[in-house]
Design a protein around this ligand. Structure first.
Ligand SMILES: Cc1cc2nc3c(=O)[nH]c(=O)nc-3n(C[C@H](O)[C@H](O)[C@H](O)COP(=O)(O)OP(=O)(O)OC[C@H]3O[C@@H](n4cnc5c(N)ncnc54)[C@H](O)[C@@H]3O)c2cc1C
Length: 441
């Protein structure tokens, strides 16, 4: 394939950008990766400095599923080991009659199975359309919100609580999320967090760091893309770094920026109207992830689950470092959609201790909080949200435009993946796909 000797500018040193750059480099291309942050990894961010006993936890992408083949292969290729985590899967939290949270031992699977059963009549036509987003069936599903559908089927409180709990997965509330997004997830045959789950030993950011290390000075940090043009024979990028504004050129560019950032960047000549419309129309879910380190992991008890989906303001809760040594333990709280706003408000008024105080249902008062870190992804300038979600009213036929090359510009990133959108695996796969597309160009 004809990429040997070609120069490729890769914008973004998250998993998508680094995976693309690594494949292109191996194919003999001359790559330059730029990223506005002072670290690689983007939304993969392993935090260690907030915790004692050399423990760490993931402030962004955390769990790798059994089926996430691309990221697992890439990790193995660079010599990293995956550790199995949360062997007993997810349980659920429900409010009792007095409004107090209680763990439900039938587990989240029961809730997801009920949701799957209720969705079956709408999943069937969608599967007949082979899950295509350009069919009238997808359009009809996209016009409805999950909340509309729950009303339509007169869903009971338990089913609604399961749907609310999915804020920790889709990062969107039932009234924001299109029914199509939910149907698509369940039609794929896997409820959230299926099968075995893994983390990279030593931290997920070891993968982007390992790729960046191999790419050496081909990765340039603190360098922001401000404009892009593809007039003439190649691509010309205007970038800003500590020295001021300058220009980078290349034969091709791979753009992996989150859509929230991409839509602010002038591109000339302009992209096709539908592509611009698609880039403008996809929101990113509000997301706040809090990591709480306790002197003792009071929640680790024989026979007890260590991960819970929840409709609570603090979001989903799980053990963030059971695979690590030391007497302490870290919990991750992932609050999506309106739970993200609620978590931020709780933190403003009472700090991390106020969030820890909402964990009584896990037996909280038995251990001391010794460290914490909160990542507010909505306010993060280079992400502006957790990950993409498809809102009610989004025209599904536009989705394909997110991944479509335009001239010498190739697009990758979690948001461009069909099967693994919102996952680290989707980012890696999309980067590798963009590299392969350039090789065919
Ligand atoms: C809270 C949270 C929890 C998650 N949990 C999971 C999970 O458990 N499992 C899972 O598989 N996935 C999870 N994800 C999703 C996963 O982290 C992402 O899908 C994936 O990391 C996205 O990679 P990317 O390369 O597409 O984008 P990014 O990682 O966002 O990379 C894009 C890069 O572009 C850079 N950039 C932005 N603007 C500019 C600019 N103007 N110029 C130059 N560079 C710029 C950014 O700094 C960034 O490094 C989670 C995400 C979040 C936020």
């Amino acid at each position: 394939m004809g990429v040997r000797g070609a120069s490729v500018l890769v914008v973004g040193a998250g998993l998508a950008g680094l995976a693309a750059a690594w494949d292109l480099h191996l194919m003999g291309a001359r790559v330059l990766v730029i990223d506005a942050r002072d670290r690689v990894g983007g939304r993969v961010w392993t935090v260690g400095d907030a915790f004692v006993e050399s423990q760490h936890a993931e402030a962004g992408g955390d769990m790798i599923d059994e089926a996430h083949r691309e990221i697992r292969t890439l990790a193995a290729d660079v010599g990293l080991t995956l550790t199995r985590i949360l062997r007993h899967g997810f349980g659920a939290v429900r409010l009792d009659r007095a409004g107090r949270p209680r763990t439900v031992h039938s587990g989240a699977r029961h809730g997801w199975a009920r949701l799957a059963h209720a969705l079956a009549p709408v999943i069937r036509p969608y599967c007949l359309a082979e899950q295509r987003w350009d069919s009238p069936i997808a359009s009809a599903l996209a016009r409805k919100s999950v909340a509309d559908w729950l009303d339509e089927i007169a869903a009971d409180a338990d089913l609604r609580a399961t749907a609310d709990g999915l804020r920790g997965f889709f990062l969107a509330d039932p009234d924001e999320l299109s029914l199509l997004a939910l149907v698509d997830q369940f039609a794929a045959g896997d409820a959230p967090a299926p099968g075995a789950m893994y983390r990279i030993e030593g931290g997920n950011d070891r993968l982007p760091r390992a790729l960046a290390c191999r790419l050496g000075d081909r990765v340039r940090l603190r360098t922001e893309l401000v404009a892009l043009s593809q007039r003439g024979p190649g691509v010309r990028a205007t970038v800003r770094d500590w020295r001021g504004t300058s220009t980078c050129t290349g034969d091709y560019a791979v753009i992996t920026l989150p859509l929230t950032v991409l839509r602010r960047i002038p591109i000339s000549p302009g992209l096709p109207a539908q592509q611009r419309e698609a880039i403008a129309a996809v929101p990113y879910g509000r997301a706040t992830k809090t990591l709480l380190q306790f002197r003792r992991p009071f929640w680790r008890r024989p026979g007890r689950l260590r991960a819970f989906g929840s409709p609570l303001d603090i979001g989903a809760v799980w053990d963030a470092n059971e695979e690590q040594h030391g007497p302490g333990g870290i919990l991750a709280l992932l609050a999506g959609g309106s739970a993200s706003d609620a978590t931020a408000a709780i933190t403003r008024s009472g700090g991390a201790a106020a969030l820890a105080g909402r964990l009584q249902w896990l037996g909280r008062d038995r251990s001391e909080l010794v460290g914490s870190r909160q990542a507010g992804w909505t306010a993060d300038r280079w992400a502006r949200g957790g990950y993409a979600f498809f809102p009610t009213g989004f025209d599904p036929a536009l989705r394909a435009w997110l991944a479509r090359p335009c001239g010498r510009l190739f697009f990758a990133g979690e948001h461009t993946s069909i099967r693994w959108q919102g996952y680290m695996n989707g980012a890696v796969e999309s980067g590798r796909r963009a590299a392969a597309e350039i090789a065919c160009a």
